[in-house]
Write a protein that binds this ligand. Structure first.
Ligand code: NI
Ligand code: MN
Length: 240
């Protein structure tokens, strides 16, 4: 499994040869100006909610790639009106089996409206289960006790958590979230893009480290390999 960071909450994750793209917000983000959105591969685009900082490049990437858009029915209808046709509408609690693995929609404690103010349905988080490992993409969310349900019933190898505070949980609550989901390996998101969510990287990494967790803050454009995920997963599968 490989992960590439496109800035803010946007990541590309390649699993079993399929490219998943989460919350594309690239072209309006000055921090991500090195990214060529026309070169981003996508077989699936997963959209957590309708806010502009999660959907800005959905239409152009969906139309270019023909990727399947996974989102709530409300978000899907909005994109349908803009000519996006390959839509898989899901909602909180729902799970689907796809060619790379499973996608389960989980609760996010947030709000969701589209850039024009129309209703965006429930905000979502996603749990991805695959033969290359399992991960949790939290979307925009507060710390919520519902996160315990995510970690209690499966092993989460790593998680993408928002840490920028103000609009979502911040660093201290994200550390508590790692306990709820029972996962030590965290990739930070939703920080630095705007003045109000700027964080001190060293302080954030140290706080996680003092709590016995690992926080990775990826460079925009950086790719990391989660090779170790599959072996961990086999080990745990064998134990259970
Ligand atoms: Ni939001
Ligand atoms: Mn946001």
């Amino acid at each position: 499994m490989t992960i590439i960071y496109y800035g803010h909450s946007c990541f590309g994750v390649t699993i079993n040869g399929k490219n998943l793209l989460f919350d594309p917000y690239i072209s309006p983000n000055p921090l991500a100006k090195s990214i060529d959105i026309n070169a981003i591969p996508a077989d699936y685009i997963l959209v957590s909610h309708g806010h502009g900082d999660h959907v800005a490049d959905v239409v152009s990437i969906a139309k270019r790639t023909g990727a399947k858009l996974i989102c709530t029915p409300e978000v899907g209808h909005w994109f349908e009106k803009q000519g996006v046709s390959n839509i898989c509408a899901m909602n909180t609690g729902g799970k689907i089996k796809l060619d790379f693995g499973n996608v389960k929609c989980v609760k996010a404690e947030h709000s969701s409206s589209m850039p024009d103010g129309s209703y965006g349905g429930n905000p979502l988080g996603f749990v991805i289960e695959s033969s290359e490992g399992n991960f949790y993409y939290a979307g925009d969310t507060a710390l919520t006790y519902d996160m315990k349900l995510i970690g209690d019933y499966r092993h989460i190898n790593f998680a993408f958590l928002p840490i920028g505070d103000n609009y979502t949980m911040g660093i201290d609550n994200a550390i508590i979230a790692t306990e709820f989901i029972n996962c030590k390996d965290i990739i930070g998101m939703h920080y630095d893009t705007f003045e109000i969510i700027k964080i001190n990287h060293e302080e954030a990494i140290n706080k996680f480290s003092q709590a016995g967790k690992k926080l990775t803050l990826m460079q925009i454009g950086e790719t990391i390999n989660k090779e170790q995920v599959s072996s961990n997963n086999k080990h745990l599968a064998a134990k259970n």
